[in-house]
Each structure stands twice: as structure tokens, then as C-alpha cells.
Design a binder for this molecule. Sequence first.
Ligand code: ADP
Ligand code: ZN
Length: 702
Amino acid sequence: MTSPKIILKKYFGYSSFRNGQEEIVNAAVSGRDVLVLMPTGGGKSICYQVPALTLPGCAVVISPLIALMNDQVLSLQANGIPAVAIHSNQDERINQDNIQKASKGEIKLIYISPERLLLDIEQISSRIQVSLIAIDEAHCISQWGHDFRPVYTSLGCLKEKFPGTPLMALTATADRLTRNDIANALNLEDPFCWTGSFDRPNISLKVMNDPGKKQRLKIIASLIEKYHLDSGIVYCLSRKKTEAMHEAISEMGYRSVCYHAGLTPQQREMAQKAFVNGDVQVVCATIAFGMGIDKSNIRWVVHNNIPGNIESYYQEIGRAGRDGLPAEAIMFYNFGDIILRRTFVDSSGQKDINNEKLDFMQRFAEASVCRRRILLSYFSEEVTHDCGNCDNCNTPRRKFDGTIAAQKAISAVIRVKYQESLNTIIDILRASTRSDIISKGYHLLKTYGAGRDMTPAEWNSYILQMIQLGLLEVAYEDNFHLRPTPYGMKVVKGMERIQLSSYEKPVYGAKSKKLKPEPAPILSPDEQLMEILKKLRKDVSSTQNIAAYMVFSDATLAEMVRLRPVDIESFARISGVGEVKLAKYGKDFIGEIRKFEGLKRTMPIGTSQKETLILFDSGMTPEKIAEMKGIAVQTVYSHLIQWADKGKITDFRRLVTESQYSLVVKTFDTDPENAFKTLAEVNHLPAHIIRAALAEQRFRSQ
Ligand code: ADP
Ligand code: ZN
């Protein structure tokens, strides 16, 4: 059995496991059930892919995301791994053919939807040697999870149907109830449990009280410009809002796409492709976007509306910065969204749970302490210090005496007889001439216009704080009208004073007054090379008809930019360069880097015998090596024979066949004088094959 570590480099090009991966892989390889809890981007796929390649037989991977199965399969195939998908979105003949291939032992991984697995379970268990069953997105089995799928509950039968086959359940959902549910529902036997840290310290967290539509767009524009080579996601609450956002962003001159459940599968696929390939800078999406996308250079995520629970929020921001480089998550918090969400929740099946989850989300948005601490404690992780990478850590807000502001707001609330909600109160304070304000006679109130000195955004922030501080309350049951509390009444009467945190004007976008894209910025040398490599990747991926990230991930390109490998040897060491990709793409990428570095594009011919050995060790045939280096196959053989004589090559079957070897040995035995001539002229053996056979003989007689 090849060791997992060698498999990791050979197929995936990674030289070390990430935290937890090795333990998980070892447990599965030793036949134990495993429960993996790792955040998005933590590297869950490797946890079952490496055991699948280590163990004899074929691993079955259950995933609910049919749309993405083919992508995963293509990614694996790009690394030279025989993988297939079985699901209802493809021709039945292909499905049957795939089962057939797997039963012949030609496949190492099958991706399958749960429905389909249950349908074919007898066939699969009797015909295929199943090495491991991985259940991806395992939280779908739990009623507590945010993404319950009834079909998952039937997976409880796997343990019985595949006795002795290790099960591996994987999820990025971390709350304790869900965890326990997964292990129980799947009947895992004494599982090895791995809980990775859910901390993603590279993502900075920020929540902004809704600064208004124009400012929001400015902020988004400044993010696009700040990360002009990379991309971001704007999550919106509804399809309609998604489309409006997409239009607004396009109007500013940026490249954006829409993604939501109302699109046809083809439209969705196109949008996803455009995003993954880097053709667009922004995707405006509902929550339906992003599951399973392996795009490591998403640099920012904006929540245009508050998500319904922490789990969703965390998964969504987790799509940014999967490469570990700095990323930003910004959420716009508008109290109206909470109101809207409450109405969703009330009509949902699990009102109590969902209300509680929304409460927590709201508390997070309104918090004035370290946000990461709130998040991690939600996932039951112990945190002892502030993160230093969230808005509350970085800009603890200045406090001021807010008594007068509170008195103005509360008296407006009193004067409208508790019949209005937040926005109307602000409008009254700011002397809006909206028709309903006038028709209700609010312009005659004493407080009308009393708050002209502050912007709507400021008032929004301060009234929210008044609610949090318990001066005002929201009548959820009565159209969200505001009411003063007894404490609020004391403040109005001047019996109590209060402190408010001063409103910080968003600093984003401050420099660009106009909502217009700025001229293309001047690129640093690293950025220039990155662009060149991305362009090459795009060309390669279009000719091969695969997604760009399947050629090389951005993290891999970034390492190329950093290390600038100009020969095969250093190129092979880049993380993400496995043997198949080395052979397929090495020459082109090295060529571009060489050119950029002012070297001749082609590698100096024959200078490096070592290169030949590296390529040979990475699994390439001598013919392929010759083709790649642009030298004769005879020359490759002469390099390899020298290495063989130094003891560096022992697998001679890759140079000569057994029968060629026997023939050479026999001929030299019987007639050493004329052997070479006979073999060449009578047996038509090329000279380099004869020499390789002789090298083998020398090796054997040592
Ligand atoms: P998850 O499924 O947990 O969200 P993935 O399995 O998609 O995460 O992995 C996230 C990214 O990390 C991918 O680009 C993957 O190739 C990369 N990755 C995983 N394991 C390693 C490793 N050991 N070394 C380097 N990169 C890794
Ligand atoms: Zn913090």
C-alpha cells in the first residue's frame, strides 16, 4: 500500500497534510468510522480522496449537490484519478456504464446522490468492492441543521448494507446538536471524531448599520477595486434584490453575474462558470450560490441583508479567503431585514428554533464586543482573547452623551401615539415631506424636524442602540411599532442620562466621489506575472474544456508568482503540482515564467539530467519526457541509464519489457561478440532499449 503522504504529492501536488487531515486519513485507512467537522475551505475532500486512493477498491462519495458532482469528478480526473459520477441528471447509459467500470475495479471514486445510492444499493453492494463511504454535507441528516434533507435519514441503513466498510461523515456545520445527530443517525461505530477549529482568522469581520443604497454601492465598488484581480460575492435576500444589485453593479461598469434559484440550470451553470473562470468580478447571489465551489481567491463577501442564522452567515463568509490570504466580510445591517426575516420564520415549519437562531444573528449584528468571539462561542469553541480583526476590535466606538438624541427620538415616538416604526420616526425627526407624513399631520408635531442635524444613517444607528439599551422596544406583534419602556420614559423626563456609541461614517469609497470605475491601476510585477499566468490558465482550460481552477488553483498560481520556478525541478515542488499536471502543463507555465524573468522561453536542452529523473519519478514515460523536454527519446534513455547505474532507478519495467530483457540477456550469453548487431538487425531492438536491458543486468548482478 502506498503511503498517504506519497499519494498526496503524487496526485494532488501537496507536500504536507493540513491540520487533522493525516489523522483522519489514517483512521479511515485503518477501517474506522470517522466524523469530520471542518469549516468550509478546511480541506475536507482530501480526507476521503486520499484514503480512496490508498485502499483497494472504490470509494463511494454521497453528495446532495448534483450540479457540482461533475465538477468534482473533472477536478479529480485532471489529477489523473479515475472518478465518475452517478446521478439522475445524466444519461442512464452513462450511469450504468460507470457502475460497470467500477465493478471491474477501474474506478477509485464514485460520486453519487443519496437518492440514487438508495435506488442502486443492492447493485452497488454486490458488484462493487466498496473501500469507504463518505457522506458529504452530513448535516443534511439532522433536523437541527439548517439544511435538512429527508432523504438523508435513509442513510442510516449504510452500516448494515456495507458491514465492515468504514463510513466517513463530513460537514462544515458545527453546532453540538447537529454533531450528535449525525453520529447517531448514521449508526457510526465508535467513530474517530475530528473537530477542526472553525476560526478563520484571515477573514476580517465587519457589520455596518445600513448606510443607504448609494453608500452600499460605493462600498462594494471600492472592494471590487481593492481586489481588482480577484472576486467577491454579494449575498442578497431575494431573487429580485439579487437582480437589482447585479444591475446596479453592472451599471457602474463592473463585470457581474446573477445567481439564484429562479434561473434555469443552464443559466446557473453559465453564471457559475463565468465566476469560477474569473470572467466576472462579482456574483450577486441568493444563498443558493457557492456550495462546493472550489474557488480559493474570493477575497470578499458582502451581505446586503442579514442572514437568518449564524450557520448560514459563517458558511457564506467562509467562501472568502479559502487560500488563507486576507479576506473581508462586510454585512449591512438594516432593522427592516430583521422584521422581514421574522415573517419568514413565522411561516416556517420550525418557528421556535428559527426564531432563536435569528435572535442570535441579530445579537451578533448589534454587538459591540469582538465579533469573532461571539461566532466561535456559538460553535462551542473556547476563545480567550479578542481577535483584533473585526470592526469592534479595531475601532472601538467613541461614546458620547446621547441623552438629547434619545429625548428627541422618544418624544417623537410618544407623539405619534406608538403607531409608527423606525423609518417613519426617522423621517419625522428629519422633517421629511413624504405624503403620508403630511397627510397624517405629523408635520405639525413639535418634534418634526427636531433631528435635522443628523443623517438618516446616524439616526438609524442611534435608535437601534436605544432599542438595545432598553429605552425603546419593538412591538413585533403590532407592525413593529416603537414604544418607549419605563426606562425610556425616565430618560425623556431627564431623570437618567445615557451614552451612545458614535456613528462612524463608512470610510470605504470615500476617495471615489463618482460611482465610476477608476482607470486600471498600475500593476506590480507580481500582479503582472499573475495576470500572465491567469491568462495562460484560461487558454489551457478552454482548450481542455475544463474550469480554470481545475488546471491550477489560484493558491498554486500565487506560489508560482512567489517562487518563480524556471525549471522542472523547482516547478514540481510547487504546492498543487502533482505528476499529471506537471507533465501536462509544466512546460507552458515554466515557459511563461522564464520569459517574464528575461530568460529564453525554452528550457536549455539537455542541461539537466536531473530533470529527466524528476519527471521519470513523477510517473512520466520516457517518450513523454522526451516530448516535454523537446529532446530525443534516446537521450532520455541515456540520462536514465546513468541514473540507474547510480542506483536511482530500480523499476526497469518502465524502460524495457520483461521479454526484451530476457532476449538481450540470452543473446549476450550465447554470442557476446555479435549480440548487439543481432539484436538490432535481427530482432529490431533499438540501441537504447538494449542499453537499458544491460543496465538492468548490471543492477541485478550487484
Ligand atoms: P472543504 O470541502 O472543507 O470546503 P476543500 O476540500 O474544497 O475544502 O479544500 C479547500 C482548498 O484547500 C482546496 O483548494 C484544496 O485543494 C486545498 N487543500 C486541501 N488540502 C490541502 C493541503 N494538504 N495542502 C494544500 N492545499 C490543500
Ligand atoms: Zn474581534
